[in-house]
Design a protein around this ligand. Structure first.
Ligand code: 9PG
Length: 487
């Protein structure tokens, strides 16, 4: 049906499937295709990425799109490959265009079903694989309209309240090169420093898919959890429970548990570790049993903070359930994990589909991997590529998501050793983490100068007062910080 949204200063003719209902800050529109005929002509469009690593940001409708271009493999891992059209201005779940008075017109889905939002100089449109979610349409100051949208999403999907506190993670220093002695030494050095969580990242398991201790942890994972807890930190552990590498025991012995292609072979759901990998079909009862076993095991070892990575792979097409949309199947799988670990275990999502994770994850990564260098020389022009700059750009463009869960911009650096980052670049990362209110680092104390140790201590102890004064401008405890030159 045709409907005209009257926002006072601007009237937007629209095509919707049913009568909108006015709510504070905008209107709720029934599920189904939406077309808003905006009068703004070519303007800026906000594009939102599907998972943690998918690019988000503002681009002009008559200019270059934001997306992962010319790399189908990267698209499979770092965006919604089934829907993403990187050469068109579109994105996942929410989008917005800027009006002549500087206000923004936002269209955002209030639920699951892989909703998409796109725009050109005439239309802001929305559609979904499964048209089950209502939409929010709002017009007003950018920060307010995004906040109104986020609050409606949180009202429907929930908002968890655990806080991670300050996190130390092993990834951005040791990568997979961890073992129990290195970890014990690193933990010992950190004792007395203001960290809440010490999180082991990838490298403790024999292979992705098989979640047991490898030979580098001969005393077992419970022993390392005790070492961490004895030093006064909450033990944290990385795992990627939705995926399995082809050589893992689970993929070799239980191919029936994997998502399959039309020929009944395991479906490739992404690439990493110089390999392709497969997805577990979480709609199968035996996969739920497997997940129960895995999560009882890791919490039984004593880990109380779990970084669950590559989670999007639990939300791809191809599961064998009948009638459950893939994002709903994903959410049910995370709810299952939550029911096994209980309410007190902090779940940090990484590579998670953003909206389906609201209310089930305590925190979510909101950008690609950071690195001890600024720009990605290897993948120029790919905003999902590893690097400090890409990580800042994505994270700042997703600051509005703080209302949905804690938002993790990824680690920051204090070290000048083993890094190509300048002082200013390190400061930009610290400011980003302050704005997002999630502070983590991977710097072992042994890599820091005495002055850098002092900076780390001060930074991790501080709680800053954050005010947003513009799209990319913030006041951090009274200090004006503008990310515009970076973003
Ligand atoms: C461990 C790492 C770290 C890191 C995670 C994740 O888009 N990608 O292809 C892609 C691959 C790996 C990746 C991120 C993105 O790294 O983000 O913090 O835990 O796994 O292997």
């Amino acid at each position: 049906m045709l409907h005209t949204f009257d926002f006072g200063s601007v009237r937007i003719p629209a095509n919707v499937t049913g009568a909108p209902i006015a709510v504070p800050g905008g209107h709720i529109v029934p599920a189904g295709p939406v077309a808003l005929l905006h009068p703004f002509g070519d303007t800026e469009f906000y594009r939102h990425g599907w998972n943690s690593w998918s690019p988000s940001g503002w681009a002009r409708t008559d200019g270059e799109t934001i997306g992962i271009k010319d790399s189908p493999r990267r698209l499979l891992t770092a965006d919604d490959a089934a829907n993403e059209t990187p050469h068109l201005h579109s994105g996942s779940a929410v989008g917005a265009v800027v009006g002549e008075d500087g206000n923004v017109l936002l269209l955002g889905a209030l639920g699951l079903g892989t909703p998409r939002v796109g725009a050109d100089g005439n239309v802001l449109w929305g559609r979904a694989e499964e048209a089950s979610a209502e939409w929010f349409v709002g017009y007003g100051p950018e920060v307010e309209v995004f906040a109104a949208y986020a609050d409606l999403v949180a009202a429907r999907l929930g908002r968890r309240s655990l806080r991670a506190g300050a996190v130390w993670s092993s990834w951005y220093s040791f990568f997979e090169d961890i073992d129990e002695d290195t970890i014990a030494r690193t933990v010992r050095d950190l004792a007395g420093y203001p960290f809440d969580v010490f999180q082991l990242d990838d490298g403790w398991e024999p292979i992705v898919g098989d979640w047991t201790a490898n030979a580098k942890f001969p005393s077992g994972m419970a022993a390392t959890a005790r070492t961490i807890a004895d030093a006064g930190f909450r033990p944290g552990l990385w795992l990627a429970p939705m995926i399995a590498l082809p050589d893992s025991d689970i993929a070799r012995t239980r191919p029936d548990l994997l998502v399959q292609d039309d020929d009944g072979r395991p479906l490739v759901s992404g690439y990493n570790w110089d390999s392709h990998y497969y997805s577990l079909d979480t709609t199968q009862a035996e996969v739920k049993d497997h997940l129960r076993e895995v999560f009882e095991r890791v919490t039984g070892w004593g880990y109380r903070y779990l970084k669950l990575d590559f989670m999007y792979a639990g939300a791809i097409t191809g599961n064998r359930s009948t009638g459950v949309h893939r994002e709903t199947a994903y959410r049910e799988a995370v709810e299952h994990i939550r029911s096994v670990v209980g309410d007190d275990v902090y779940l940090l999502g990484c590579g998670v589909p953003m909206i389906p994770s609201v209310g089930v994850f305590d925190g979510a990564r909101v950008g690609p991997d950071v690195a001890a260098f600024w720009d990605n020389a290897e993948r120029v022009g790919d905003p999902s590529g590893v690097g400090a700059r890409n990580s800042i750009v994505s994270s700042i463009n997703r600051a509005w998501m703080k209302r949905l869960y804690e938002v993790d911009p990824d680690a920051i650096y204090f070290r000048s050793a083993r890094s190509l980052l300048s002082d200013g670049e390190r400061q930009a990362l610290r400011d980003t983490a302050a704005v997002l209110e999630f502070r983590s680092t991977s710097d072992p104390l042994a890599w820091l100068t005495p002055a850098e140790r002092g900076e780390l201590r001060d930074y991790m102890e501080e709680t800053a007062l954050i005010e947003q004064t513009g799209r990319y401008a913030f006041r951090i405890s009274g200090r004006e910080v503008d990310f515009t030159p970076i973003v």
